[in-house]
Design a protein around this ligand. Structure first.
Ligand SMILES: *Cc1c(COP(=O)(O)O)cnc(C)c1O
Length: 378
């Protein structure tokens, strides 16, 4: 009995990747998106698993995530999808990290850094086809900049990409059209950029014919996608805890701060050693449910920072130590929590706290218990 922990099934990630690969045109590369601690699943453990099973690329939001991966000994390509500032260019070159760029000035500075080390640095050009977040918005500038970048000796223009807003089919089509028009312009000028990519998880599922050379998938690897897949997805993460204590309430007694729940009838409550600081939304107070002993129990009273209470009245003989599942046994459980909390599933996953133990499984075996607080294995 180890209390609050995330059980992470690396085999589920492998299963989801295999399903995805089968659904894509043969030869399509897959970048595994491991930003935000691999959506809470553990940056290094997930990156290692993905590297072991032949992922083509890893993708992070920032350079610090990329460097952490490198320092763990993983040597496959890593793309930083967000903006990297000049202060980190030297480290990017030294650690062989691929950067996203969207200006000639960045390209020149990066080239200079690489020339000092006398090694090449890989870049992917970002085009803004309508998301309006990052990348070249003016494609004439992008084109003339790329022409100029071709003369930067230490720069390897390996990729070019965009990101979909996924508003509707028509707006996606418009983005693809803009992207393809620019790719055509490049090829007419005999400029070859080998890795072209646009799709995230939803894009890869909705538009496999627009996978180009690579897709960048996060959510789908972890078992979630809001479009129907023609292969089964398995959630990789299950949040579990164990009952800490049992409370018997008489009618009229309240629980937790402000007594927002008052028992109308005699009630049995179970106290759980998990609260909003562990990453579950406080808005589940008096609304969300958990699974215990094959039944469902609702949170009652205000959730505390480190503890919460559930109503187990009528659920039989619930005892301290009994196992509780908060989400992950089915895809639906996390969807329900996200919907009560008014957010999406990724936010819940990505916000699972550092202090929650991660217990890793692979091939049906428990392989590691990782404690982020002591940065050690239990
Ligand atoms: C996060 C991210 C992805 C992955 O998104 P999913 O929906 O989780 O697959 C892909 N591309 C970019 C640019 C991202 O920021």
């Amino acid at each position: 009995m180890i209390g609050t922990r995330l059980e992470i099934d690396l085999e589920a990630i492998e299963h989801n990747l295999t399903g995805l690969r089968r659904s894509l045109p043969p030869g399509t590369q897959v970048a595994g998106v491991v930003k935000a601690n691999a959506y809470g699943h553990g940056l290094i453990q997930v990156s290692k698993k993905l590297a072991d099973i032949g992922i083509d690329y890893l993708a992070t939001a920032n350079i610090r995530e990329a460097i952490a991966i490198r320092q763990s000994g993983i040597d496959i390509p890593i793309l930083v999808m967000g903006r990297t500032f000049e202060v980190d260019f030297g480290r990017a070159v030294e650690q062989d990290i691929t950067l996203t760029i969207a200006s000639l000035e960045e390209a020149q500075k990066l080239n200079l850094n690489a020339s000092i080390d006398n090694r090449k640095v890989r870049v992917h050009i970002k085009l803004d086809t309508g998301f309006n977040r990052l990348g070249y918005k003016d494609f004439d500038v992008a084109f003339s900049d790329i022409l100029a970048m071709q003369h930067l000796e230490y720069l390897d223009i390996e990729g070019i990409f965009t990101h979909l807003a996924l508003t509707d089919v028509a707006s996606d089509a418009k983005q693809f059209e803009k992207f393809e028009a620019f790719l055509k312009r490049l090829s007419e000028a005999d400029i070859v950029i080998p890795i072209r990519h646009a799709c995230d998880s939803i894009g890869a599922v909705a538009y496999p014919d627009k996978a180009y050379d690579m897709v960048r998938v996060g959510a789908l690897l972890y078992g979630y996608c809001s479009r129907k897949t023609d292969f089964e997805l398995k959630p990789a993460m299950t949040l579990k805890t164990n009952v800490a204590a049992i409370r018997k309430l008489s009618a009229g007694e309240g629980v937790s701060y402000d007594h927002t729940f008052v028992a109308e009838e005699p009630a049995v409550l179970a106290t759980l050693p998990i609260g909003y600081a562990d990453g579950i939304p406080r808005s589940l107070s008096n609304r969300g449910t958990v699974e215990i002993g094959g039944g469902l129990a609702r949170f009652v009273g205000l959730m505390c920072m480190d503890q919460s209470m559930i109503d187990v009245t009528g659920l039989g003989d619930v005892k301290p130590g009994d196992e509780v599942v908060l989400f992950g046994r089915t895809i639906q459980m996390l969807s329900d929590i996200a919907s009560i909390a008014g957010t999406n599933r990724n936010e819940i996953l990505a916000r699972m706290a550092h202090r929650v133990l991660r217990v890793y499984y692979d091939d049906g075996q428990r392989i590691e218990i990782w404690d982020g607080l002591s940065e050690g294995h239990l």
